[in-house]
Design a binder for this molecule. Structure first.
Ligand SMILES: [Zn+2]
Length: 337
């Protein structure tokens, strides 16, 4: 007979409603109620586990029961009711913990995880899927934002010739000439290596050998080589799929894809990497980077950019995704010396 714990309780005999203040002694295999000198074996006892601020009640086989103080509680070894309640409680705990884990996961994904996932997944995407995505995007843009180039065939051929020379028989990149009021003086690359070059940009080129254009195409080629577009696509698609899943709305997923490419706002690091790629490959081809500096300066002039903060005059200018144009001009200028 070992006394484990004792509690001050209100004892109700089950007949009268007035409680008696007694002490409940918890022994190793029975409960003893002092003053009344009552003993109950564990198998004659039912315990309702304490939930929140309700007092715990202990009922006995003879219909009497005790109420513990709000701050007290205990459990009996092998009590079925107790285990059941504990199970529910641990289930609630489990659900709550799962929720916390989910929230942490989503927060992690939307901050660092998406970039990690994009880095891992983008090289794994099969070529035919990349091809399909790019083809459909080009078709979509052709339908909505672009029209046929008005550039004369001779100039197109001259640029193509320079680009072929620059590519040195690498057939992974294909040049497309287009006109677009929406894109203006611009160029962009699709993940499959299709590079779209706009008339307005070519208009700004003053070099007869189109070396500024080649520099910009080299920059776009850098985006393809580093899979920036594909990574952006994965990031935005999975993010909107995830948000869609959480909010139960998947319409975002459908638009995420084309928006990601049209609205391609690469990070500063991506732009920097593509610029470095362009500078390196220009050096390799013995083309001075000063032609890109000239090109950028012409774009700045064309956009009437007076000072270093005023670079957002046009909604979809080449400068938009390249916010630090003056820093970039400086980078190409330095490398052209
Ligand atoms: Zn870029």
């Amino acid at each position: 007979m070992i006394l484990m714990q004792s509690f001050n309780v209100h004892y109700f005999d089950g007949k009268s409603s007035s409680p008696k203040n007694v002490t409940l002694e918890l022994h190793d295999n029975f409960i003893h109620i002092t003053k009344l000198n009552l003993s109950y074996e564990f198998r004659d006892i039912k315990i309702r586990a304490k939930l929140k601020n309700t007092p715990q009640t202990v009922s006995f086989a003879d219909g009497s029961y005790c109420e513990l103080e709000a701050s007290d509680f205990f459990s009996l070894p092998n009590s079925r009711e107790d285990k059941f309640i504990l199970k529910i409680e641990s289930k609630i705990k489990y659900a709550f913990m799962s929720f916390i884990v989910l929230v942490l996961f989503v927060a992690f994904y939307l901050t660092y995880g998406s970039a990690m996932l994009a880095n891992i997944l983008s090289p794994q995407i099969p070529k035919n899927i990349v091809e399909n995505i790019s083809k459909q995007t080009l078709e979509f843009l052709d339908e909505h934002y672009m029209s046929e180039s008005k550039l004369d065939k001779k100039r197109q051929d001259a640029i193509q010739k320079q680009f072929d020379k620059f590519l040195n028989e690498n057939s992974d990149f294909k040049l497309h000439f287009r006109a677009s009021e929406f894109f203006g003086a611009n160029a962009f690359a699709l993940p499959n290596g299709d590079i779209v070059l706009f008339d307005d940009l070519i208009e700004l080129e003053e070099d007869a050998e189109f070396r500024g254009i080649i520099g910009i195409l080299a920059h776009e080629k850098g985006h393809v080589v580093y899979m920036h577009g594909l990574k952006l696509l994965i990031k935005s698609s999975v993010s909107s799929a995830l948000i869609g899943y959480l909010l139960g709305d998947f319409s975002g997923l459908v638009t995420a894809f084309s928006t990601a490419l049209i609205d391609a706002k690469y990070s500063r690091e991506n732009e920097n990497a593509a610029d470095s790629y362009a500078i390196e490959s220009m050096k390799h081809n013995n083309i001075s980077t000063k032609y890109v500096t000239n090109m950028f300066t012409a774009i700045v002039k064309n956009n009437d950019l007076q000072d270093k903060t005023d670079y957002k005059t046009r909604e979809y200018s080449i400068l938009d995704s390249h916010p630090l144009i003056f820093e970039r001009i400086e980078k190409f200028r330095k490398n052209g010396e």
